[in-house]
Design a protein around this ligand. Structure first.
Ligand code: ZN
Length: 356
């Protein structure tokens, strides 16, 4: 997998966590100043400001409008990069509005910002917040509240609040802007890209040349996940896992990993490598167990009207049979019994070598 920055759009940076390390005085972030309550226009405030974010057809915009005693004194439209979230837009609008209010509020004056984003207020209310923009907003609120007073309250969207409707209108207008005011990549974007990439890589890994034996049993990740979801015991079982991966007490694996013995099967005269496929579908030594497994497969085929030869190509069918009608107990028991024999044989042989 590549480095983290590979997931970012070219020349763009990730929204940092906690750049300020602020220690805010607790009273400055109490409910008196940050409220989820619907309060409406603040009659006692000198300034009532409305903020909004908007996302449409992959364009992201934000805006704020400031009214002084009912008269519009400032409006600003902001454009965000297209990968930015609507949450980032809401937060940007609040931050920029605070930057403006900080410049104009005089000591003793009061300003109230109305946002329709409850999640924005909730994030800003957090004492120890990891969101960069929320930290910047907390910082600005604290700064203004030193001399004047600024409140942040919730306004229900599209509820006939003229101020909110106007901010909404401005935010939609801002979608058309070309110049970006904000282009930090949200962590949600990065997470989604990383997830996408991992799933892609797993898929390539799986269908690639990593393990041909596993691939035969579980042709792709989707099948593997499906079977695992249907019954984790199937893939979680040690014996089944050994057969699926080929990593177990099979001679080719033992000779490769422990540099012991030959890959050839020493239980029959077929001169074949003792792969998990050979053991399960060819080796005469295990014909009893195999017949019982095949009986189960035949049963499955009759039940489901499947026309397939019993051969090594049908391992996948075996797993599907286990999955679909829960008749896999017989099959699992036989695979386990084969595997138990192989384990015991391995330790018996080892003991014999030490004895001689
Ligand atoms: Zn054999």
């Amino acid at each position: 997998m590549g480095e983290r920055h590979d997931f970012l759009p070219p020349d763009r940076e990730l929204e940092d966590k906690d750049p300020f390390n602020l220690s805010l005085h607790p009273h400055q972030l109490t409910d008196n100043y940050l409220s989820l309550e619907q309060k409406g226009n603040d009659e006692n405030a000198t300034y009532n400001a409305y903020t909004d974010g908007s996302k449409m057809d992959e364009e992201t915009g934000a805006a704020y409008a400031v009214f002084k005693e009912g008269i519009l004194i400032k409006e600003r439209k902001l454009k965000l990069a297209r990968y930015c979230s609507v949450y980032q837009a809401e937060m940007l609008a609040i931050r920029e509005c605070l930057v403006f209010l900080e410049k104009i509020t005089k000591p003793g004056e009061r300003a109230t910002i109305h946002t329709d984003s409850q999640s924005a207020i909730m994030t800003i209310k957090q004492r120890k917040c990891k969101d960069q923009m929320a930290n910047e907003i907390q910082y600005l609120i604290t700064k203004i509240n030193g001399q004047s007073q600024v409140n942040l309250t919730w306004v229900k969207g599209h509820a006939e609040s003229t101020g909110n409707e106007y901010a909404d209108y401005l935010a939609k207008q801002s979608l058309k802007l070309k110049k970006e005011n904000y282009d930090k990549v949200p962590r949600s974007y990065l997470k989604a890209r990383v997830k996408e990439q991992i799933s892609e890589e797993m898929s390539t890994l799986y269908t690639g040349k990593i393990n041909n034996i596993t691939k035969k049993w579980l042709p792709d990740l989707e099948t593997a996940n499906k079977i695992n979801k249907a019954d984790p015991y199937i893939i979680g079982n040690k014996a089944i896992a050994a057969f699926i991966t080929g990593h177990g007490y099979f001679n080719p694996h033992i000779s490769r990993i422990y540099n012991q013995g030959e890959p050839k099967c020493d239980l029959c005269d077929l001169c074949a490598d003792q792969t998990s496929t050979h053991i399960l579908w060819e080796c005469p030594f295990f014909s009893d167990q195999r017949n019982r497994i095949r009986d189960q497969l035949d049963y499955y085929k009759q039940e489901h009207n499947v026309d397939l030869q019993n051969n090594a190509q049908n391992e996948e069918l075996l797993l599907r049979a286990q999955m679909s009608d829960k008749k896999w107990i017989t099959i699992i028991e036989n695979i386990k019994s084969i595997y138990k024999y192989l384990i015991n044989k391995y330790y018996r042989d080892k003991q014999n070598q030490q004895d001689t």
